[in-house]
Design a protein around this ligand. Sequence first.
Ligand SMILES: CC(C)(COP(=O)(O)OP(=O)(O)OC[C@H]1O[C@@H](n2cnc3c(N)ncnc32)[C@H](O)[C@@H]1OP(=O)(O)O)[C@@H](O)C(=O)NCCC(=O)NCCS
Length: 174
Amino acid sequence: MPFQIRALNTDSHTADQLCTLLIETVANGESVSFMHPLAPDAAAAFWASSLAAASRGERIVLGAWQDGTLIGTVTLLLDFPPNQPHRAEIAKMMTRLGHRGQGVATALLQEAERMAAQEGRTLLVLDTATDGGAAGLYEKMGYTLAGEIPDFALKPFGGLTGTLLYWKRLGKGV
Ligand SMILES: CC(C)(COP(=O)(O)OP(=O)(O)OC[C@H]1O[C@@H](n2cnc3c(N)ncnc32)[C@H](O)[C@@H]1OP(=O)(O)O)[C@@H](O)C(=O)NCCC(=O)NCCS
């Protein structure tokens, strides 16, 4: 079934949907900065802060919608120091469990790259967990592995995982 991608704003339906997606992802044991169980209040506080930053132009939070349900999201971080005006970072890429394997993350990433290029950014960076992260997706999308940092973070149910650092140059035609 088709889905639509758009930049997200602060409204209660969007915030609720983002919280559902984040809590589901963490409960599935996937590394997106939080430990399981993620309390609804903590998830709501995270997204309120993120959407406030988006309203200040410091980031873009993209959502993929299908029939009023948010089935995926990705964040493009734009707020970098004065000596890195050409750089942006991909973060918080998640697809609802029941909607995986249908190209949602690929489409979100393509749109994030298009918006980054539109913002004049020519270098994207990201990191993803060594255990259970999305390295395959990023490599398929042309990201280059810079290296791995071992024991970088705790997984949602405990135990350490490394992180893989990736980069991609954005050229004309992205
Ligand atoms: C990673 C994630 C966003 C992918 O979402 P998705 O919508 O299912 O991705 P797509 O359908 O666009 O998949 C695109 C391709 O990447 C591959 N891929 C997706 N997730 C992958 C993973 N975790 N590892 C390896 N390859 C992966 C798919 O197999 C697919 O390849 P194919 O077209 O050859 O079959 C989803 O698995 C997820 O939410 N994971 C939990 C959160 C997470 O780890 N996010 C990354 C944080 S950096």
